[in-house]
Design a protein around this ligand. Structure first.
Ligand SMILES: Cc1cc2nc3c(=O)[nH]c(=O)nc-3n(C[C@H](O)[C@H](O)[C@H](O)COP(=O)(O)OP(=O)(O)OC[C@H]3O[C@@H](n4cnc5c(N)ncnc54)[C@H](O)[C@@H]3O)c2cc1C
Length: 380
């Protein structure tokens, strides 16, 4: 294998995985991160079986599981009647994967784990502002000097400077509503009898409930809601509105305190190209989607792994975009849009029937877990 100098822009979870995977394959790695540290805002935690297989390949799996919560099931609820409609059990994937469950580990923990094992040149507080390809090299420009490498991986998130510098269109749209994440210590499992991952459909408003371990491993819940399209950010974040939302899923008044609030804009967008010359886009820099189903980051990690392998062989580098772009559209964009519609329209009868039929149950899980996407990736 030819040792290459690979420069990764962005030390989010995808950039950190890409950097570690490239370093483990013997490449010289430079990782540039604009912020002074790893962003620990509450975003992804759901890690699907094929992603766990990759984390095992990186040598992270034991620590990753120890830092999170293992969730074998997920449930769909009718929020208005507070009744359980359907439960899906990853145990049905036994024989298909060594990890028939998801692990709920917050994404900043993954980035930190990768960086702790990375022996390359890691620079925080270095923001990439431009890049230029000349001959067989790419020069990345920052306010703290230029860096030159054989290849660049742009893993600098949804607002990617790398993508903009390459003048690649980010095709798609932005939803009018935003998503509100309320982090609370209220024990929904005890109060409702739900599991660690729950999707609650409702008229006008839905709620998703997830338990994560937290940095202290004491456990906390994230309740994710859609806002009304005409609701201002200020209104959605007001204490009265947050408490009203908690009330609507049964949290008693005296237990409505919360640890954090986060309000996110939500998009469905895919970059028109995933590669230009010696520069590749990976993770949110290449695609963004609504978080229902926990797919976006997982897909980004699959890309980082795929790319590290491609850059380590005599493979045709064109195959990266050819394979990854359609996979994101088919398995992440289409699925997350369908997941959102299902919650909004309370279309749960079909799910009940799917969960009750062993074959359909497994087929649903193969797609929802991205195992089908991973099989498809091997074929293309
Ligand atoms: C509420 C919510 C819940 C979610 N839940 C899930 C889930 O359960 N499962 C799932 O798969 N996905 C989920 N997602 C999506 C997931 O959070 C993203 O897909 C993930 O953060 C993408 O990682 P990334 O490394 O590509 O980008 P980011 O995490 O955005 O990291 C990009 C990094 O690049 C740095 N950077 C930016 N510009 C520059 C520059 N010019 N120079 C240098 N550095 C730069 C940034 O500072 C940042 O550290 C969720 C998202 C939200 C909002």
């Amino acid at each position: 294998m030819r040792r290459r100098h690979i420069l990764v822009v962005g030390a989010g979870p995808v950039g950190a995985v890409a950097a570690l995977a490239c370093a483990q394959r013997g490449h010289q790695v430079t990782l540039l991160e604009a912020q002074e540290g790893i962003d620990d805002s509450p975003r992804a935690s759901t890690t699907q079986p094929p992603t766990l297989e990759i984390l095992a390949g990186l040598g992270l799996i034991d620590e990753y599981i120890a830092q999170g919560l293992v969730a074998r099931t997920f449930q769909f609820w009718d929020r208005s009647t507070r009744t359980l409609v359907a439960e899906f059990d990853f145990a049905r994937l036994r024989g298909e994967t060594a990890y028939p469950f998801v692990v709920q580990t917050e994404q900043h923990k993954l980035a930190n784990m990768c960086i702790a094992r990375l022996s390359g040149d890691i620079r925080f507080g270095v923001e990439v502002v431009d890049l230029e390809e000349k001959g067989n090299q790419v020069t990345v420009k920052t306010r703290k000097g230029d860096f030159t490498a054989d290849y660049v991986i742009g893993a600098d998130g949804g607002r990617s400077t790398v993508r903009k510098c390459l003048d690649i269109e980010f095709e798609g749209y932005t939803w009018p509503e935003r998503f509100l994440v309320i982090t609370t210590k209220f024990d929904f499992q005890k109060a409702l009898g739900c599991c660690l991952r729950n999707y609650m459909a409702g008229d006008g408003e839905w709620t998703n409930l997830f338990k994560v371990a937290g940095d202290d491993l004491q456990g906390r819940w994230r309740a994710v809601y859609n806002t009304r399209a005409d609701e201002t950010d200020e209104e959605a974040l007001s204490d009265a509105a947050v408490r009203a939302r908690l009330s609507r899923i049964g949290v008693p008044e005296k237990e409505q305190s919360y640890l954090h609030l986060n309000l996110y804009r939500v998009h469905q967008r895919v970059a028109k190209q995933f590669r230009k010359g010696r520069v590749f886009l990976c993770g949110d820099a290449a695609h963004v989607n609504n978080p229902i189903g926990g797919l976006g980051l997982n897909c980004g990690i699959h890309e980082a792994w795929d790319l590290a392998n491609l850059l380590s062989g005599d493979n045709n580098l064109d195959s990266y975009e050819k394979r990854r772009r359609p996979l994101n559209i088919r398995y992440v964009q289409e699925q997350t849009v369908a997941n959102k519609k299902r919650l909004e329209q309370r279309r749960l009868d079909d799910l009940k029937e799917t969960a009750a039929d062993p074959q359909r149950h497994k087929a649903f899980l193969m797609r929802a877990s991205l195992l089908e996407s991973s099989r498809d990736a091997i074929r293309t």
